[in-house]
Write a protein that binds this ligand. Sequence first.
Ligand SMILES: Cc1ncc(COP(=O)(O)O)c(C=O)c1O
Length: 371
Amino acid sequence: MIPAANPGAGYRALKGEIDTAVARALESGWYILGAEGKAFEQEFAAWLGAAHAVGCGNGTDALALALRGLGIGPGMAVATVSHTAVATVAAIEMAGAVPVLIDIDPLHYTMDPEELAEVLAHPPPGLPPIRAAIPVHLYGQAADMDPILAACRRHGVAVIEDCSQAHGATLGGRKLGTLGAVGTFSLYPTKNLGALGDGGVLATDDAELAARIAALRQYGWRTHYNSDEVGVNSRLDELQAAILRVKLLHLDAGNLRRQVIAAAYDGALAGTPIPPPARRSGATHVFHQYVVRVPDRDAVQARLRAGGIGTGIHYPAPVHRQPAYRDRVALGPAKCLASEAAAAEVLSLPVYPELTDDELSTVAGAISALR
Ligand SMILES: Cc1ncc(COP(=O)(O)O)c(C=O)c1O
């Protein structure tokens, strides 16, 4: 079976380097917030082109810490999308704020900037003031940031980029995560930059914001054992940081391999009725997922499974349709109908750097036969 994701292959491909880094971290005798974490933060910030990076426990916490760092919490609303990992919306509520969900542009699966502008100009009644927006760069491709940033600037709304699926993707030549006030990244094992456990990192050019977030991730301490404000415990450990330093060195090559796989799938789909994923102009797509839309998804998934090919669905239900959020979460005027339509049809094909040429041919052959 060709799995839909294969983080174990990612470890095996770099086993020598990772084992050396793990041994170094273990031998150091220091396991939380030490030299490895500091070095990873510096190396990640330099790679991204941001002034500061702060490691944390996971990508959900990264979003919640970014909100809290910007002073966003109870009595405020935050706009994001419903077609995302539930984590994006969960983080808004973790920070104490109220989510309002905007629909997607169905071609690129990212926040519809016109609806966002409409909601900022005329917020739904009963909602507290909208103080932040979290566009999600879904599947490895940029949201339509120029109009999003412009609308947010007009209304004094902070922009946090959820880059959990877009490590290394660019827009207008700039890496995602450097366009808004803060960029947040999950380092979950299957991500383009994945730890071998949980991890997250935030990036910002604002030194004071970075210092506040670094304090919030550890009980609000700016100096040891002294909480300036109420914080949480969300730290990136030294083992994961040491592993991530190795993985960061291979991230650009891994993204290039994902793009080669994506181009091969594009070619394989050429003779079928299934269009390849749309690319945003001026953007580079790093294919965290290669997502096609198929109205008969169950049948297609079963056929591929019978051919030894695993697939994924990201995501089967938009957040506002899930039991914990249904009937209580605020929606924009488009009522997230395009998100509902996408959720019913999206299918993710296997894409990761360790997919072999033979496996790639098998998947390409199978999808070229779809009718
Ligand atoms: C778009 C998006 N946001 C946030 C997250 C949350 O990250 P984590 O699982 O590391 O908490 C994820 C990953 O699941 C994600 O894909």
